[in-house]
Write a new protein. Structure first.
Length: 381
């Protein structure tokens, strides 16, 4: 690198982490840097650059040489020894520590151990303002090098949160979230389950079991539901099932009478000849199946059910078939993306990964409907 290269624009301040990232980019591009040259290019003092080089050398990322630094050499035994003990710190913010997300965290922690990384987890809520508070707490109190987060992206607050995450000076990987088209968020990477594909698998399975009217119940407050509904609709279209005659409703009414709501859903099923339902989430699928059984309906004889998430579906009686997202792999791949980003810097293209779920078949959906043309019997009130 030449010392005559222009400095950064006046008044533009770089965070220390950003500065060291620039140093690493220069090293990867040229193999070596000089303290004088990089100080001139970044518009900071040579003392500042020496300190950055010392930090990177202590972490085993560079080898110090007179007047500058090079990429680590196998001949530099001190750097090699420190590298074995080096650990990046990754912050992780998830919206729940009880449902779905513990398995994502487990996968992330296992991969972090393999990669010699440290994970710092904070629980949040399905709320953009709280997501930002938890991320800010990590930034303020922990020396984190990267962030894995599952933010709430709904509404104006969610969109503003996404823009803020995209502008952070550290790399960010979204878990089970995607940036909408209207907000490009060009720096953000993500790993997410292809929930639309999972819903389509469920619908095709029910079709193969003989069902010709297949409904869908989803939790309208969940960020997963729009993808499930999209996959359900696409599968109906492919199978030539009229969406207009298919039951589509909430899986739960907030603050409402769940039994009354399920009675309403079953009445819609009877009127439309619907004999199968895809229900998100599978906690609601369990409640729906229990309600059907209490009303004297046969599952799957009168109505077949496939749940979505596969957290508790196996506990129902009968056990419920369910679409199972690869939750541990979501965490694992998120850490892999982060580790690669930290190692390669901005030279690495932005990666956005989708993982396919699998369909776990159980008693609730295996077996053709007793009378598909006539639909289910009258539901007792």
């Amino acid at each position: 690198m030449s010392p005559e290269q222009p400095a950064e624009p006046a008044g533009k301040s770089l965070f220390s982490l950003q500065r060291r990232e620039r140093l690493m980019e220069e090293l990867r591009a040229h193999g070596a840097i000089t303290v004088r040259g990089i100080a001139a290019k970044l518009g900071v003092s040579e003392l500042t650059i020496r300190r950055d080089v010392n930090i990177l050398a202590d972490e085993g990322l560079v080898s110090r040489v007179h007047g500058g630094a090079t990429l680590p050499s196998k001949l530099d035994r001190s750097a090699a020894g420190r590298l074995a003990h080096h650990s990046y710190a990754i912050g992780m913010v998830v919206p729940s520590l009880e449902y779905y997300w513990p398995q994502v965290i487990s996968g992330a922690r296992a991969e972090a151990e393999e990669q010699n990384l440290r994970i710092l987890v904070r629980g949040s809520a399905y709320d953009a303002a709280d997501n930002r508070r938890q991320v800010q707490a990590l930034l303020d109190t922990q020396n984190i090098d990267g962030l894995i987060v599952a933010p709430d992206l709904t509404g104006d607050q969610g969109q503003e949160l996404l823009r803020w995450l995209n502008a952070l000076p550290i790399p960010v990987v979204l878990a089970e979230r995607r940036s909408p088209i209207e907000i490009p968020a060009h720096r953000l990477e993500w790993v997410a389950t292809d929930h639309a594909f999972g819903a389509g698998m469920a619908v095709r399975h029910l079709w193969q079991e003989g069902h010709r009217r297949i409904g869908c119940l989803t939790d309208s407050s969940s960020p997963t539901s729009p993808h499930v509904v999209r996959g359900w609709r696409q599968a109906l279209s492919t199978l030539k099932i009229p969406e207009g005659g298919s039951v589509h409703d909430d899986s739960a009414k907030p603050g409402g009478d769940r039994a009354g709501h399920f009675d309403h859903v079953l009445e819609l099923c009877r009127n439309t000849g619907t004999t199968a339902m895809l229900v998100h989430s599978d906690t609601q699928a369990v409640a729906f199946v229990q309600h059907c059984v209490d009303k004297g309906l046969q599952v799957p004889g009168d109505i077949a059910v496939v749940g979505y998430d596969d957290e508790v579906a196996y506990l129902a009686e009968p056990a419920i078939s369910a679409v199972r997202p690869p939750k541990q792999y979501v965490g694992k791949v998120a850490v892999q993306l982060m580790a690669a980003r930290l190692a390669e810097g901005r030279m690495r293209p932005v990666h956005r990964v989708e993982l396919n779920p699998e369909l776990i078949l159980r008693e609730s959906s295996v077996g053709a409907p007793q009378s598909p043309a006539a639909g289910m019997p009258q539901v007792p009130q």
